[in-house]
Design a binder for this molecule. Structure first.
Ligand SMILES: Nc1ncnc2c1ncn2[C@@H]1O[C@H](COP(=O)(O)OP(=O)(O)OP(=O)(O)O)[C@@H](O)[C@H]1O
Length: 336
């Protein structure tokens, strides 16, 4: 198999590494409610992909289908190169997951719950279990409360225990559904550092979150869901670049430039550095063409990065799908 014959694979040296997860036309309908539709998601090997979307946009359902916890209505899932659900026995040992409702017993302590999970873990021998459990508890900052019953845990402590169970053994792919849910700022920082450690060790991570700043700080890639559809995915830097709404034009002829653009029905205003042009209804080449036609000397043209928050807000507004057409024309092909 070559990189050319298999779109989406990444060539590393002589070998090709398939994406950690890939879906094609994934769809889930719950009694008339379309939770996920037409989802073609690709989580490149080695990436930290943030899955963003408003409440009910289909993040959890997509993650559950990836892990084989929910059966898709239609579409395909490939996990670590194995078709699901048939390849589950091969794929799942390489995957650590924190998903809602991990099924811990309320009457057992955190440590005993984790020992129970570890006992069912095919990659751990019984001799390795106590150490693996101790290290995982340490890593998520739960060692001091390991002897307390699960039912007495706060939401944040329950989240930490779920994270510990995902980290019991080194994995190729770690999937975290809202890992910072219920955590205080210190816990949130710890999750961020766990993700950075996993990334440094070469583990692929898929993390869903409402916290845009978290995703911006920790992720290399992002997928944005809205109403069950993936409205954007790709490298974070490429998406931010493409999603930028403003163009900063440096010119000594500010008044001439603003007048020329307004004549062409393009929103523009003077700023200290030159002219700020709103790209919502136009494109950078059209702006430059207008200016050149009007005889405006253009010294520099630069897109202004506006941050993930702005991009997310625009992608998840009601007009998101229409916006995507604009976004796609701006995206480099490998980021589409
Ligand atoms: N078991 C279920 N039965 C019926 N409807 C469901 C079920 N699970 C999810 N849904 C519906 O599917 C849609 C997507 O839900 P999902 O939980 O996947 O979204 P989400 O993006 O993870 O939301 P949140 O951020 O609130 O967790 C919602 O409309 C939800 O009500």
């Amino acid at each position: 198999m070559t990189a050319e014959s298999e779109p989406g694979t990444v060539a590393v040296g002589a070998a090709t590494v398939p994406p950690a997860a890939r879906t094609r036309g994934l769809r889930k309908v719950y009694r008339g409610t379309v939770a996920v539709d037409h989802v073609d998601l690709e989580v490149p090997a080695g990436a930290v992909m943030g899955m963003l979307g408003p409440n009910g946009s289909g993040k959890t359902t997509t993650i559950r289908m990836l892990l084989g916890l929910v059966t898709p209505t239609s579409g395909e899932v490939e996990l670590l190169g194995h078709k699901m659900p048939d390849g589950a026995a091969h794929a799942l040992p390489g995957v650590g997951a924190l998903v809602e409702g991990p099924g811990f017993s309320p009457f057992l302590s955190g440590r005993d719950n984790l020992l129970r999970v570890a006992a069912a873990e095919p990659l751990l021998t019984s001799a390795e279990i106590p150490n693996a459990v101790g290290e995982a508890l340490e890593r998520v900052g739960l060692a001091h409360a390991a002897g307390r019953r699960f039912r007495a845990y706060s939401l944040g402590m329950k989240q930490r225990l779920g994270l510990a169970s995902a980290l019991l053994v080194p994995r190729r792919f770690v999937v975290l559904d809202e890992p910072t849910n219920g955590l205080d700022p210190a816990g949130t920082r710890e999750v961020r550092s766990v993700i950075a450690d996993l990334h440094a060790a070469g583990t692929t991570v898929l993390v869903s979150s409402h916290l845009l700043s978290e995703v911006e700080a920790t992720c290399t890639h992002v997928a944005v869901l809205n109403q069950g559809l993936v409205v954007a995915q790709g490298e974070l830097s490429a998406l931010l670049e493409a999603g930028t709404a403003n163009l900063l034009v440096t010119t000594p002829e500010v008044t001439l430039a603003v007048d020329a653009l307004r004549e062409d029905r393009v929103a523009a205003r003077p700023v200290p550095e030159g002219v700020l042009v709103d790209l919502t209804a136009t494109t950078a080449p059209d702006v430059v063409a207008s200016l050149v036609r009007a005889g405006v000397p253009v010294h520099e043209v630069r897109r202004q990065r506006t941050g993930l928050e702005d991009l997310f807000a625009r992608l998840t507004e009601d007009t998101a799908v229409a916006d995507l057409a604009d976004l796609e024309t701006l995206l480099p092909e490998d980021a589409r």
